[in-house]
Design a protein around this ligand. Structure first.
Ligand code: GNR
Ligand code: NI
Length: 165
């Protein structure tokens, strides 16, 4: 299993670089990210969260956990509407807050073999893709909260980290 970085770890602020080589090492990383995401359990995981600063994310928002999706070098090419969803994050454990996102997006990306894919997403899938893409540019859902709330979250997690040794 890969170690998931937790807020306020400054490495979560790193901007990921595009994936250029689609090789065996990339496939091994993708498999390890899925294992880590399903075990957590979570519905998505960005490479940034496991301290790999490449534009790569995995997700599975299905009930049955049988719809794995890999997006590499993703770009949002269309966005419409607004939705509010109560988000959580494996890098901000135990904290949940409403975040406003686009209701519907169209994403262009590459799959694990470098083949172009185009995905239309709405609802939870659209929330999750936008949340994961934020990680790739060093952004966390707590950045949408007021500075005061974000400071409370930081204090709470730093205390938890101290008590965990
Ligand atoms: O597991 C996760 N659940 C979740 C719930 C609401 C909105 C976004 C998410 S993503 C999160 C996993 C995670 O931290 N991905 O970066
Ligand atoms: Ni997250």
């Amino acid at each position: 299993m890969l170690t998931i970085l937790e807020f306020p770890d400054p490495r979560l602020r790193t901007k990921a670089k595009p994936v250029a080589v689609f090789d065996k090492a990339l496939h091994t990383l993708i498999d390890a990210m899925f294992a880590t995401m399903y075990a957590a359990p979570g519905i998505g995981l960005a490479a940034t969260q496991v301290n790999v600063h490449q534009q790569l994310l995995v997700l599975d928002v299905s009930e049955e956990k049988n719809a794995p999706l890999v997006l590499i070098n993703p770009k949002i090419v269309e966005r419409d509407g607004v939705q509010v969803y109560q988000e959580g994050c494996l890098s901000v454990p135990g904290i949940f807050a409403d975040v406003e996102r686009a209701e519907r997006i169209v994403v262009e990306a590459a799959d694990r073999d470098g083949k172009p894919v185009r995905i239309e997403a709405d609802g939870l899938l659209a929330v999750c893709i936008q949340h994961e893409m934020d990680h790739l540019v060093g952004k966390l859902f707590v950045d949408y909260l007021s500075p005061l709330k974000r400071e409370l979250v930081r204090k709470k997690l730093e205390k938890a980290h101290r008590e965990a040794g």
